[in-house]
Design a protein around this ligand. Structure first.
Ligand code: GLC
Ligand code: CA
Length: 551
């Protein structure tokens, strides 16, 4: 087990300004060549990631799971799935990260378990009304013989949010709630046993030295009393309204968890995955006695538009600042279309797509998308607060569109009969080397999702040391961000630029992001970095530059 305070030079509130890199274990690096990434693979590649200059990694779930939702269906929260390795591998990974100076955050999935979890199997084998059933959300159905679901709630992945069970006497019986796949039954957070179980899970991983938790579906745990029908006509843009999202009671859970973390010292943190808008409401999750951060999905959902960007930055700083927390900034993760592709789409007509596939009407312009993504990342990493990166964005990876239907894995695809392509396109195993099997993901060439040929020129080995590469751009801005202490800085808007330009100063560095069509003159000073070529101090469209102003 690792020493709890091995990162002696890192302050307790390191998370306020950290750059945190998301590792999606299935797709990062495959140590045993079976086509699925694993913990030994991650350990092997960790030095390359540390080399980016990041402060911490967040690991998506690697726990025991039938993998119906890529590990977000957990059967045992305190063990490692054989597909990813062993508990000893997890301990070694935590220690290796700490040795490299990286903090480590693990995912915790409290809204639901897998249907293979011991508790759910016990619940199925027990009578309606039993204490075993009371750990989940079992209800009688409506209709003469209970043949209709208890209410009209829909699964996030499509289809009804209720599934009927067959009772031990062989007859159809109660229904259980699953806000996600039918293999992901929701816990009953009104049951103290559930609270106690999760305190134990937190302690289990804290005892092994983890520095924090990313809390999955943090806004879903508590459901409105009586489980009333949802008015789907009234749904808010990010789907955060409804009797199952963002109920006030969730905050009690995080106050409780805050105390558990505090018992391990002042430097442990939690980050909420709470798709809640407005940001002012999301910021409730990061009040003093709750979590430390929340993913800024308002920022993620903002198009490459200077006015919208200024607005969301103002709103973020004021919402999170209002509760004394840092804002986070994020552009990509394992649930959304990669921003190098998203930004090459016609946003106005498409909105935020839930996956792009061969038959999608609107396909991204790859060159435009990459230029904007580089500019957007250079802008994001200059903002005060904490930034989240998703594996592969530092290579400029696009969403993979041409995945054949029969190879798709996301339950969203199946539950909507292919109407929504879902998230496989951002989860394709990442390329490390240009000319080896599976682009260095492993040495057998097997991959759980097919990699496109274009990964060859995007592979890490192809970009290392190439000044104009996306990888070197990320490395430079992360280094400069730290050197000029932008993460702990503050933002002041720079006047005198057209509306289509985002321009601000943070700790003496001017950041100019040109989202317009024309060239923009840069201020006097030393040009520290630019996301694209400059000519005569002129910043072209879809480019961001950092300029150290004369003191
Ligand atoms: C979160 C995860 C997503 C998962 C869902 C259900 O949104 O990020 O990948 O499918 O929760 O656990
Ligand atoms: Ca493997």
């Amino acid at each position: 087990m690792s020493a709890p305070h091995s990162l002696v030079n890192s302050p307790a509130d390191w998370w306020r300004h950290a750059v945190i890199y998301q590792v999606y274990p299935r797709s990062f690096a495959d140590g045993n060549g079976d086509g699925i990434g694993d913990l030994p693979g991650i350990i092997h590649r960790l030095p390359d990631i540390a080399d980016l200059g990041i402060d911490a990694i967040w690991l998506s779930p690697f726990y025991t799971s039938p993998q119906k939702d890529a590990g977000y269906d957990v059967a045992n929260y305190c063990d490692v799935d054989p597909v990813f390795g062993t508990l000893a591998d997890a301990e070694k990974l935590i220690d290796t990260a700490h040795d490299l100076g990286l903090r480590i955050i693990v995912d915790i999935v409290p809204n639901h378990s897998s249907d293979q979890h011991e508790w759910f199997q016990e619940a199925l084998a027990s009578e309606p009304g039993s204490p075993q059933r009371a750990r989940y959300m079992f209800r009688e159905g409506k209709g003469d013989s209970g043949e209709l679901p208890p209410n009209n709630w829909e699964s996030v992945f499509g289809g009804p949010a209720w599934t009927r069970v067959i009772e031990s006497d062989g007859t159809p019986g109660q229904w259980y709630l699953h806000l996600f796949d039918s293999s992901q039954p929701d816990f009953n957070w009104e049951n103290p046993e559930v609270w106690e179980m999760f305190r134990g899970v937190l302690r289990f991983w804290l005892d092994r030295g983890v520095d924090g938790f990313r809390v999955d579906v943090a806004h879903g745990l508590i459901k409105e009393q009586g489980l009333p029908d949802n008015d789907y006509a009234k749904e808010a843009p990010l789907g955060n309204r409804g009797p199952f999202w963002d109920q006030d009671g969730v905050h009690e859970v995080y106050r409780d968890w805050h105390k558990v973390l505090e018992g391990y010292g002042p430097d442990r943190m939690m980050c909420a995955e709470a798709w809640v808008l407005p940001l002012e409401k999301m910021a409730w999750y990061v009040r003093d006695d709750e979590m430390h951060q929340a993913f800024n999905f308002g920022y993620l959902a903002t198009a490459w538009d200077a006015t919208d960007l200024r607005n969301v930055i103002n709103e973020s700083l004021s919402a999170f600042g209002g509760v004394g927390g840092p804002s986070t900034w994020v552009l990509s993760n394992h649930d959304v279309v990669r921003h190098a592709s998203r930004m090459g789409l016609d946003y106005q007509s498409e909105g935020q797509p839930t996956g792009i596939g061969p038959l999608s009407p609107n396909k991204p312009d790859a060159g435009l998308g990459l230029a904007r993504a580089r500019a957007a990342s250079a802008l994001m990493l200059a903002l005060p607060g904490s930034a989240y990166l998703y594996q592969g964005e530092e290579l400029g990876l696009p969403e993979v569109i041409d995945i054949p239907d029969e190879m798709r894995q996301d339950p969203t695809f199946f539950r909507t009969s292919g109407e929504r392509y879902g998230r496989d396109g951002c989860r394709v195993p990442i390329p490390w080397e240009s000319d080896t099997p599976a682009f260095g993901f492993n040495d057998t060439g097997k991959t759980w999702l097919p990699q496109p040929d274009t990964f060859s020129s995007l592979a890490r080995s192809h970009q290392v040391g190439v000044a104009t590469s996306t990888l070197e751009l990320y490395r430079s801005v992360i280094e400069l961000r730290s050197k000029h202490a932008l993460g702990t800085g503050s933002l002041e808007w720079l006047p005198g630029y057209p509306d289509s330009v985002v321009a601000f100063v943070n700790n003496g560095v001017a950041i100019i992001a040109n989202a317009g069509d024309g060239d923009v003159a840069l201020p006097e000073g030393d040009i520290l970095v630019s996301s694209g070529e400059l000519s005569d101090n002129l910043l072209g469209p879809d480019t961001t530059a950092w300029v150290k102003l004369p003191s």
